[in-house]
Design a protein around this ligand. Structure first.
Ligand code: ADP
Ligand code: ZN
Ligand code: ZN
Length: 751
């Protein structure tokens, strides 16, 4: 009798691939005979697409053609190549990216691409390998060898039997030939070693503090670790004032997760992953921590990502896209400064890493901790409604008070001086006093460049970008007028291009001008500027911050890059120069942003043993965002702001989608917008959504494209998504050009 045939699932003949293109569907390909055993879910595939070939991702394997669609067998193309034996994308990330694409009405293929380290599909990003030499016998018999050969063998023996090829040549002062002879005689072996590029290199790591947690810290930590041990999803909002020791709670919670055999992730805002903090984490967790952020070289990022994928690093720390890091068995997800706008990806595929992080934890039955001194309105609302568990660290470590903040009314300053001043006398005095005491200063101005715009005093024209509806900003360093949206630049004019008048007026100051003014007032102070212009090169930001931390600089001037996360104990004065310009913008979150930014930067002052102060120059001292920021009163601000949101039916009382229709030709943009509006109306029969527009966006033209906007306000997320889904499909069938439609769910602003 023959044994029963083993049940073998048939090898797949077809694969569903999603491609990094703005299409909401997958594509079916035939798998050639030879590749049937090799292909796995999550592998990258090279596939033909139209006349091109693209890198796609295997998301489903079938033995037979799917039956839900009619196929013309002969039209199905074959895949060209399976790029990975070991799929880069884990089943968990497949599921998470699919959910994310769906939630944000975005594209799965683009989301998968965004989940991988940048440049991975580019042939230039390869593992780095080096040639090394290994001794095959523990103690080779000494007699037959030449002097040179003996030297090589001794060197290797002294170094544990393995060395880099180049090191052997250098240290034994030899060339390749005696090594090759020894290889031929079977005494040595040459092999290739995988070298991991380490973003932190051989930097010095700080000594570890080993303090006892405060009662508040301990209570928060206990709740988190109990939940991590519990193995079910739970979300916390950790609301702790600046300097209350949140970071220490994160570190100990991650240590707990690790000891419990789980992995952990911590997301930080774009520029908050400071060199100081990275080094501290490395000191605590050693090679268990991998660091992922945009300032790494492509090779470094690839290697850090591979260490996670292989399970060598079980803690991933990084910015936005690190939420897709391929950690297995994740137990804890932390989102630091969860309110930060940099978690939002501003181009397709749109997503908010904070919200994806919550979903990731939920899928993995893990714990998520959202931490902030100024929680986003939505997060605090969720804590109040019981969706998140609220944890609070209401006091600074060591009983230090928050820095005392004062508003300086710039309208009064104008009256007394008879003209606009960048710096009030009060702030100048405060800087002088601080410097005299040997303490440090941070000055925040949320606008880079020299002058905000250029105005002709004769004809009243402002110099505008030729691609955008935006005034150009004067940059003195390069003597250019620059568009801060599309980066268009031109030589700064000596006469008005409209009327040829010589009376050009440079209005408003940016960080570049402020630095000049400060240098003139305080020639003795060592000042550095931190903004996107000065920090264009890799490592520059790092150098300046390390220098400031070690006392090699007296004052930092910069944009919001300097507001977040840094811990400089010797900073006792923070000056805020007109950040309230944001209050004039047509943005539902402008009050929230202003409040957050001032509170964050104020939190940089007085973190050490010395008391700190904050001076806020403003033209709107009565505005509630300013009043509550001065008091650093989050609860007061929340109560006021939530009333405003409720009155206007804004989130969290509704769900928003911003649909931008962009085209170089205005009429074409309008035409597509009208089709879409009709489809939206048809889809919205139950009237669960409000539809506004189409209307020109506040930034009506950018990068040479007209921007028409439709805003959708849904009573529930479900209503919004259903209406949108039906409408988009309908619009497409009505001839709407889907390539010009950009949908953003939960937009952070409406501009
Ligand atoms: P946050 O992240 O809330 O702004 P940090 O975690 O940076 O605050 O803590 C502020 C400072 O207090 C840091 O210098 C940190 O090392 C220190 N610190 C934190 N917890 C303690 C503690 N329990 N005892 C003493 N110092 C602490
Ligand atoms: Zn003019
Ligand atoms: Zn422009």
């Amino acid at each position: 009798m023959s044994p029963p045939a083993a049940k073998i699932s048939p090898l797949p003949n077809y694969v569903e691939a999603v491609l990094p293109v703005p299409l909401r569907r997958s594509f079916t390909y035939r798998i050639p005979e030879t590749m049937r055993g090799a292909i796995r879910l999550g592998a990258r595939l090279k596939v033909p697409f139209g006349k091109r070939s693209l890198t796609g991702y295997a998301v489903e394997l079938h033995a037979d053609l799917p039956t839900d669609i009619e196929f013309d067998e002969s039209k199905i193309k074959e895949i060209i190549e399976v790029s990975d034996d070991e799929p880069l994308i884990t089943p968990e990330i497949l599921k998470l990216t699919q959910w994310t694409a769906d939630y944000y009405a975005s594209f799965w293929g683009e989301m998968l691409k965004a989940s991988l380290p940048a440049g991975i599909n580019n042939e230039k990003v390869r593992p780095k390998r080096r040639k090394a030499v290994r001794l095959l016998l523990a103690s080779p018999d000494a007699k037959p060898f030449s002097e040179q050969q003996q030297k090589i063998l001794d060197l290797l023996t002294a170094n544990g039997g393995e060395m880099l090829f180049t090191d052997v040549i250098e240290q034994a002062d030899t060339n390749a030939s005696p090594i090759n002879t020894l290889v031929k005689r079977g005494l040595l072996e040459i092999y290739v070693e995988d070298v991991m590029r380490d973003p932190l290199g051989k930097a010095d790591f700080p000594a570890l503090d080993d303090f006892t947690l405060t009662d508040d810290q301990q209570t928060a930590l206990d709740q988190i670790t109990t939940a991590v041990a519990g193995d079910a999803f739970k979300a916390f909002l950790l609301h702790g004032v600046t300097g209350s020791g949140k970071t220490e709670v994160y570190i100990r919670a991650m240590r707990f997760a690790l000891d419990a055999g789980r992995s952990a992730m911590m997301l930080v805002p774009e520029i908050a992953l400071t060199p100081v903090f990275s080094r501290r984490l490395r000191a605590v967790f050693g090679s268990d921590v991998a660091i992922l952020h945009s300032n790494l070289s492509t090779g470094e990022r690839y290697d850090e990502w591979r260490r996670i994928r292989r399970g060598d690093a079980r803690i991933a720390i990084g910015t936005r896209s690190a939420v897709f890091a391929p950690l297995e068995n994740i137990g804890l997800v932390i989102v630091d400064e969860e309110h930060d706008p940099s978690y939002r990806q501003h181009e397709s595929p749109f997503y908010n890493a904070r919200d994806v992080a919550v979903m990731r934890a939920s899928f993995a039955a893990a714990i998520v901790v959202l931490g902030s001194a100024t929680p986003a309105m939505e997060s605090f609302y969720n804590a109040q409604s019981g969706k998140y568990t609220y944890l609070s660290l209401p006091e600074r470590i060591g009983g230090r008070g928050l820095a005392e903040a004062n508003l300086i009314d710039m309208r009064k300053v104008f009256k007394i001086a008879g003209k606009d001043l960048a710096l009030s006398p009060e702030l100048i005095d405060a800087i002088r006093e601080t410097f005299a005491k040997g303490e440090q200063v941070i000055i925040l101005l949320n606008r880079r460049g020299f002058s905000q715009f250029v105005l002709c005093r004769t004809c009243g024209e402002t110099m505008k970008c030729k691609n955008c509806d935006i005034t150009l900003t004067f940059h003195r360093g390069t003597d250019n007028l620059v568009c801060h949206y599309c980066n268009y630049r031109e030589k700064s004019p000596s006469a008005c291009p409209h009327c040829e008048s010589m009376y050009l007026y440079f209005v408003g100051e940016g960080t570049e001008k402020l630095e000049h003014i400060l240098a003139r007032f305080f020639p003795q102070m060592r000042i550095a500027r931190v903004d996107r212009d000065t920090m264009a090169h890799k490592g520059e930001m790092e150098n300046v911050l390390l220098k400031f931390a070690s006392g090699g600089l007296d004052m930092l001037v910069g944009t919001q890059m300097i507001a977040k996360g840094h811990d400089f104990p010797n900073v006792t004065l923070v000056g805020v120069i007109s950040v309230d310009i944001g209050l004039g913008l047509p943005d539902l979150r402008s009050a929230e942003r202003t409040f957050q930014l001032i509170t964050q930067v104020a939190g940089r002052s007085g973190r050490g043993k010395k008391a700190g102060r904050v001076l806020i120059q403003t033209y709107y001292p009565e505005h509630y965002a300013l009043r509550f920021a001065k008091e650093q009163d989050y609860d007061g601000f929340y109560k006021e702001e939530i009333k405003f949101r409720q009155r206007l039916g804004y989130p969290p009382f509704s769900v928003l989608a911003s649909i931008m229709i962009k085209h170089r030709v205005h009429a074409r943009a309008m035409q597509n917008a009208s089709i879409l509006r009709r489809s939206l109306d048809a889809a919205n029969i139950a009237k669960h959504c409000r539809i506004l527009g189409p209307a020109p966006a506040s930034l009506a033209r950018l990068k040479n494209e007209y921007r028409i906007q439709i805003i959708l306000k849904g009573a529930t997320r479900r209503a919004l998504r259903e209406t949108l889904q039906i409408a988009l499909a309908d619009a497409e069938s009505q001839g709407c050009d889907m390539h010009v439609i950009y949908v953003e769910i939960d937009p952070v602003n409406l501009m």
